[in-house]
Design a protein around this ligand. Structure first.
Ligand code: NAI
Length: 249
């Protein structure tokens, strides 16, 4: 257990799985009290129990980030622990049409509601809480698809581009309140979002689109995210940071 995030309270959305769970574990290992937030209550409890078993501080909070009321309750819950210092707005979905090429109006709204509106709702309540605390740091999870296209995924690509714009806007607006806001753009990462939809052959092809020749790991995304949240990144705000094995190079 390090002291990197000692005495800090963090919220991580999408913490029941993949990237969010890894970030929650790293923040807790750095001494933060982490509020793990997700709509998947069952897996959420498992991740929180794992953190507590290794000596970390964790609280599980069930939330659907596409509901502003639920997001407000999540931030109030974190504030009651002492005040909100850190937030990772990471919850997201690939969308049913992500890899199939089929597209529906309903699918569009679902992806935008969670991947873009959800990030806005989170910041809408996190920023005032951080102002009350006297400062803070936020990372919003974008994607390589926040800066390049991917055929068949218009809503996902639009949402992830939008997250970068939201991030920049919040960063310039709240810099004088000592709040830093950055976004992270992972390449394809070995998580259920990717692996549960694709067969081995397709996964091999996707791995090969990264010059390093493989998918990324959740720990590699977490390392960058936690650096951006840490005091070492005190002059970094408003920017988009890739962790993509050279995919966009
Ligand atoms: P994952 O599917 O393993 O985890 C996503 C988590 O978000 C799940 O626990 C899910 O229950 C939760 N979630 C989904 N909708 C929610 C909602 N409305 N409210 C609350 N929680 C909700 O996926 P992964 O890969 O860990 O993705 C995390 C983030 O990283 C997402 O924003 C994703 O778009 C982004 N990302 C993932 C990449 C990848 O290749 N895996 C690449 C680039 C970005």
């Amino acid at each position: 257990m390090s002291t990197r995030f000692e005495n800090q309270i963090a919220v991580v959305t999408g913490a029941a799985s993949g990237i969010g769970a890894a970030i929650a574990r790293e923040l807790a290992a750095g001494g933060a009290h982490v509020v793990l937030a997700d709509r998947d209550g069952k897996h959420l409890e498992n991740v929180a129990d794992g953190i507590k078993a290794s000596g970390g501080q964790a609280s599980a909070f069930e939330v659907d980030v596409s509901s502003p009321d639920q997001v407000q309750a999540m931030v109030e819950f974190a504030e009651k622990l002492g005040g909100l210092d850190l937030a990772v707005n990471n919850a997201g979905i690939g969308g049913e049409a992500h890899f199939t090429g089929e597209y529906t109006i309903e699918g569009w709204h679902q992806v935008i509601d969670i991947n873009l509106n959800g990030v806005f709702y989170c910041m809408r309540y996190e920023l005032p809480a951080m102002i009350r605390r006297g400062g803070g740091a936020i990372v919003n999870m974008s994607s390589i698809l926040g800066s390049v296209a991917f055929a068949t995924a218009p809503a996902y690509v639009a949402a992830k581009h939008g997250v970068i714009g939201l991030t920049k806007t919040a960063a310039v607006e709240y810099a004088d309140k000592k709040i830093r806001v950055n976004s992270v753009g992972p390449g394809f990462i070995d998580t259920p979002m990717v692996t549960k939809h694709l067969d081995a052959e397709t996964l091999k092809g996707i791995a090969g689109m990264h010059p390093v020749g493989r998918l990324g790991t959740v720990e590699e995304v977490s390392a960058l995210t936690c650096f951006l949240l840490s005091r070492e990144a005190s002059f970094i705000t408003g920017s988009y940071h890739l962790v993509d094995g050279g995919y966009t190079a």
